[in-house]
Design a protein around this ligand. Structure first.
Ligand SMILES: [Zn+2]
Ligand SMILES: [Zn+2]
Length: 242
């Protein structure tokens, strides 16, 4: 079947099915613009003010940097911020978006990211966006790259120059989710290539993804971008998993 017909079919199916809250399953009012019921939407947690000034990790005490950023190995990634903490409500949203083929949620999620973006003036110099690429096999399987959808919609809302296909995933690595921090680093090593170095040379790049956890993936891609000549690389994600 042609992609256009599949897309129209999905749209029709979404329009006909009763809409329910992505987290608790409550029926949504037909005029409710959000994919969450008002109760669940109110529980979304913005990234707290008390956070590591380098990697954005929420902190329990009043320090300026987390333990990793104070004493860990230096990163290629200069800065990381997220719109929300990865709590149960946001986890359900991301899961619905990615694994239940709800690419229509990209607009809502990118609008939330754009609203939070203005609260991070430290990200303002990073005006060229690059999505964390998926391996072509994984992209085919899912039908879309969630990071690409978020990045292009965010760029349109925040006046960023979106660099499509600047980087590519050359190795189809197993999912990072079940791995320890050390193993994540080894798993992702050498997984990316900068396909179009001329697009990133001398520029401040903002990497965009859905969820940041240990920053291993973002740091690996930042390292490749810097090798290709990027001036500085920061990351902005929808969610931060502490
Ligand atoms: Zn709900
Ligand atoms: Zn940190």
């Amino acid at each position: 079947m042609k992609p256009g017909i599949i897309k129209a079919g999905k749209w029709l199916l979404n329009a006909l099915l009763p809409r329910t809250c992505a987290h608790c399953g409550l029926d949504l009012h037909y005029l409710e613009p959000k994919p969450l019921c008002p109760g669940c939407a109110a529980l979304l947690e913005p990234l707290p003010e008390l956070r590591c000034e380098a990697c954005g990790l929420p902190l329990d005490d009043g320090g300026r940097a987390c333990r990793d950023c104070r004493g860990g190995a230096p990163r290629s990634l200069a800065l990381a911020r997220s719109a929300f903490v990865f709590n149960p409500q946001l986890r359900s949203l991301v899961h619905t978006f990615k694994y239940r083929a709800r690419e229509d949620l990209a607009g809502f999620l990118a609008a939330e990211m754009a609203a939070a973006f203005t609260g991070f003036p430290e990200l303002a110099p990073y005006n060229f966006s690059v999505a964390v690429p998926l391996h072509p096999a994984k992209r085919r399987e899912r039908g879309f790259n969630q990071a690409e959808l978020l990045a292009s919609a965010l760029a349109a809302r925040c006046n960023l120059f979106h660099l499509e296909d600047a980087a590519a995933r050359t190795r189809n690595t197993p999912s990072q989710t079940a791995l320890s921090k050390e193993k994540r680093k080894a798993n992702i090593s050498g997984a990316f290539a900068v396909a179009k170095p001329e697009l990133v040379k001398g520029r401040n790049i903002l990497l965009v993804d859905d969820v940041a956890t240990t920053l291993a993936t973002l740091d690996e891609l930042a390292s490749e971008l810097k090798k290709a000549g990027a001036r500085s690389v920061a990351a902005y994600t929808l969610a931060r998993e502490p």
